[in-house]
Design a protein around this ligand. Structure first.
Ligand code: ACO
Length: 443
């Protein structure tokens, strides 16, 4: 029987970061809480010229170049993002255009001309939805290939409880038959409930708030905000509830008992590094008939030797990249996979045929639980990544620069050596192009 899944993967993390201890000091938070309590070390930050479109373009370009992909052979580019730049024009169109233009010498003009390109949004689970859809597509059309990109900038209000979990970047996945990285099984546990744990409402503004609003602007206009409205502890609870329900749904469909025991790695959406291991205590307790009825008992389970051994074996390696990057929203779950596989690769572990369990979550809210099996050729894909080496080649910025970047007070790139895609300008004058974004590539 033909197998379907992820054939290759690549990632992009911006070159700037802030040390978490610098943030802790300025905000009066004990560094140990962030480092030892939540697993945070560094926070990746977009430079002035970067956004979710440039992140996506970088990951897409790397995927094409590292794995010799001809864009003309790609039938779909589905982008999961909650950092969309426009409410109508997909961020994926910007990313595809950047890559098309850069590679026009090699593949001709408009190499993605017959490609189906779209964004998918459901907070942090949007790229899993894109993967799910793309897998359905290749299962129905086994000779075709799709690319899924997860790209986001996780930005929170200054001095909020989300601030120390900020981060950003992108992961791109090639989806096809006979995948060389991981085969994805077609059983999906799903749980949905509409809640307000974390969301980005359109805010209404009146025309009078804009000094230079053109005559033909409507009296009320809507703009998106980068920063979410959220309730941190409630979002933790919603995450825990949804993954419990989706895991249960997965079990019902697969008639499995304690499936997590067969998983070499548990790969979670990680809003911060230690989130997966903190919330999985509930499912672990249910599966092992442990009393989870009050906070004391829950803490005892989290601190038990069995649970700590379980975390060290099945979760810890997936957290390592997150500690160095922070939240990547849609891309976090895929970066957790890359982190685990890169570590196994570096340690010469043979993962062939091993099962991986995925527990995805998106606020608002939805969870998907599904399983993959590592392909025999996995090392030929992972050997191109160098996840941890590449994270060492970044530029630390100071707190003052961080705050200015956050407030959009800087006009020029912070990294003097920046290379790659960058925003050149946003049209401000022309009534028919106002807001159009233009990008170029810095060699
Ligand atoms: C977007 C989504 O994916 S939804 C799910 C997650 N939600 C978010 O990411 C929303 C944005 N983020 C937030 O609101 C917050 O950062 C949260 C909710 C994630 C974390 O909230 P906080 O109130 O900062 O932390 P919280 O009190 O929950 O946990 C702190 C941890 O540090 C530990 N800690 C505190 N001080 C110390 C210390 N000095 N040394 C060691 N550990 C410490 C605490 O014991 C606790 O860990 P434990 O519960 O495992 O024992």
């Amino acid at each position: 029987m033909t197998k379907f899944g992820v054939d290759a993967a690549s990632f992009y993390v911006p070159s700037l970061y802030l040390e978490i201890k610098d943030l802790a000091e300025k905000r009066g938070i004990e560094p140990a809480k962030l480092e030892k309590g939540l697993g945070l070390h560094k926070m990746a930050l977009p430079d002035v010229h970067e956004d979710a479109a440039t992140f996506a373009a970088e990951a897409l370009l790397k995927l094409i170049q590292d794995y010799n992909i001809n864009p003309k052979e790609i039938s779909r580019v589905y982008l999961g993002t909650e950092s969309a730049l426009d409410a109508a024009k997909p961020t994926a169109t910007y990313a595809v255009q950047m890559v098309e233009e850069l590679l026009s010498g090699e593949f001709g003009e408009r190499s993605f001309k017959n490609c189906d390109v779209v964004d998918m949004t459901f907070a942090c689970v949007g790229a899993v939805d894109a993967l799910h859809n793309s897998l359905d597509f290749v299962r129905a059309n086994p000779t075709k290939k799709a690319i899924v990109i997860a790209s986001d900038y996780a930005k929170y209000e200054l001095a909020s409880s989300g601030e120390y979990t900020q981060g950003g970047g992108a992961v791109a996945l090639l989806v096809s038959a006979n995948p060389r990285l991981v085969e994805i099984d077609n059983n999906w546990g799903v749980a949905t409930e509409s809640v307000f744990d974390f969301f980005k409402p359109r805010r209404h503004h009146s025309k009078s708030e804009f000094n230079s609003a053109p005559e033909n602007y409507p009296d009320k206009i809507e703009i998106f905000t980068d920063e979410p409205v959220f309730d941190g502890q409630y979002s933790n609870q919603c995450y825990q509830d949804r993954i419990r329900e989706a895991y249960q749904h997965y079990k019902e469909q697969t008639f499995t008992v304690r499936p997590y025991e067969d998983w070499r790695y548990l790969i979670f959406h990680l809003p911060y590094a230690f989130h997966g291991k903190r919330v999985f205590t509930e499912i672990y307790s249910i599966e092992n008939n442990l009393d989870f009825s009050d906070v004391e008992k829950q803490k005892a389970i989290a601190k038990s030797e069995d649970y700590i051994n379980f975390i060290n074996e099945k979760i810890e390696k997936s957290q390592r990249a997150s500690s160095e990057i922070g939240n990547m929203y849609t891309a976090s779950i895929f970066m957790a996979l890359l982190s685990a596989l890169q570590t196994s690769f570096n340690e010469n572990e043979d993962l062939t045929e091993k099962e991986i369990g995925f527990l995805a979550y998106g606020s608002g809210s939805k969870s998907k639980v599904f399983v993959g099996k590592i392909s025999p050729e996995w090392k030929s894909i992972v050997e191109k990544w160098n996840v941890f080496e590449s994270l060492k080649n970044r530029l630390a910025i100071d707190f003052d620069t961080y705050e200015k970047l956050h407030r959009k007070q800087l006009d020029f790139s912070v990294n003097p050596d920046y290379k790659g895609f960058g925003l050149t300008r946003v049209e401000k004058e022309s009534p028919v192009l106002k807001g159009a974004r233009y990008y170029s590539y810095q060699k």
